[in-house]
Design a protein around this ligand. Structure first.
Ligand code: CUA
Length: 188
């Protein structure tokens, strides 16, 4: 079967389009590989500047994670710091109260194994690692109730490890804060 000049022409167009796409896809893959190589090397050469360590075996005896110091506290600049301890299989405190529309910094650590720290419907999501203090800064937009499940398998009781987070309005929170240095709520 003889091919006409017209079909010759369209074959050439198709071949050119195919090779253009092949180059394009190849370039995208190449770019991704370069990004992976760059970020890996960058992280290896520039370890994170701020690593806070803590001795997990003396958490309950001394330092900022002693029981009386857990929960929400107002800082001199009007922001709020929440200290939380995770252990198999619960968080302390079991119910956390924070104000809406205020910068909140979480400082969390684990007394035993790796746990996950996540507050539903927010961007709060970090790992709790024994020996390290994890921090997370956020601002809760509006009052409401959230749950805080452990999201890292931490042995048999993992599924039952969770706490509550109560976001209350700013005024209510700061009024309560005048009478208590650390705040937490009663889970119900
Ligand atoms: Cu703690 Cu899973």
């Amino acid at each position: 079967m003889a091919t006409s000049p017209a079909s010759h022409h369209s074959e050439a167009v198709a071949a050119r389009a195919e090779s253009r796409w092949a180059w394009f896809v190849g370039a995208v893959i190449g770019l991704l590989l370069v990004m992976i190589a760059f970020t890996s090397l960058h992280w290896v050469m520039m370890p994170t500047k701020r690593i806070e360590t803590i001795n997990p075996s003396t958490l309950h005896l001394q330092g900022e994670f002693v029981e009386g110091n857990l929960g929400s506290a107002v800082e001199p600049d009007g922001s709020v710091t929440v200290r939380v301890l995770g252990q198999q299989y619960s968080f302390t405190p079991q119910c956390i109260v924070v104000p809406a529309g205020t910068p909140v910094r979480f400082r969390v650590t684990s007394a035993d194994v790796i746990h996950g720290f996540l507050i539903t419907e927010t961007n709060v999501n970090v790992m709790l690692e024994p020996g390290y203090i994890s921090t997370f800064d956020t601002t809760f937009k509006q009052p409401g109730d959230h749950v805080m499940p452990c999201h890292e398998y931490c042995s048999v009781g993992h599924a039952g490890m969770w706490a509550r987070v109560k976001v209350v309005d700013r005024d209510t929170f700061f009024k309560q804060a005048q009478s208590a240095r650390r705040q937490s709520c009663v889970p119900h």
